[in-house]
Design a protein around this ligand. Sequence first.
Ligand code: SF4
Length: 329
Amino acid sequence: MRIGIKPNLVAPMEAYWGGTTHPEVVAGIVEYLQEKGFSNLVIMEGSWVGDKTSESYEVCGFKSLCEKYNVPFLDMQKEKGAPVQCGDMTLNICKSVLDLDFLINVPVLKGHCQTKITCALKNMKGLLPNSEKRRFHALGLHDPIAHLGLAIHQDFIMVDNICGDLDFEDGGNPVEMNRVLAAVDPVLMDAYVCDMMYYQPEEVPYITKAAALGVGCADIRQAEIRALDGNPGAPIPKSRKVVELADAVEEVESCSACYGNLIPALDRLKQEGLLSNLTTRISIGQGYRNQKGLLGIGHCTRSFTCHLKGCPPTEEEIYEFLKSYITET
Ligand code: SF4
């Protein structure tokens, strides 16, 4: 039996920053499986567009983990996709995913600046080639994520809720919760996470869309929830930093890395008291290709009067660009 393990190595940041899966959680899964006699294991992941998986693999501690347990690692950024019919959508999925007999998803419970939460369903996006990740954003993100649930069956989900960042997908503001959550239904898992983070599932449309497609159940009243030590732990603190910062932005179909680099750059400007001097809305995303405008971030806004090159530009580049724009204007 070929078993795939899918952590979240979105960017080359160690897990204590709150953006990536703790290697210790995956090590526990690997040890358990090897003790039970399962030897055909593989760890698979592709970082977000803009960062290299090969770098994340090393920085996040997965190179040493794979060497220690003699488990191969497959970089999804180096794989070609194969078309898979998912309901009324055709999606391009990395070929080796289609050879698995069993998939264990090990996402991090995090906030997300575009979809509000990211956990079980959205973590599957790391099993797509980069070109398909970009296309997901052009398709509006929610619909393709929901349909992806039809193509990739998650047999077991182990959520890393040790210190996930409740604002940014790539981490930087970890919130210590020190627990893991397990589930067999990715839709129910995500609906439960919504509830923990004070959202209704309807506020994260890919969850309700996935439920409508039959991927799982979005009604947590149907869930049987057990806390192993009898104590489900502390509630997650409320966090709305991203919502506030997003007021400065007009976003249309932007890639995760592009938008994910912009929001922390805005946070830095806010902390320095500069953001309130910005009177022009910032445009970002593939929807601005060939459009005219004033202030844009990324290659997609290259026809704007003032735009920052890069696909995606880094957080530092965005910060410096906006800082000089604010100062000059
Ligand atoms: S510039 Fe456009 S295509 Fe490139 S990362 Fe940003 S939104 Fe995506």
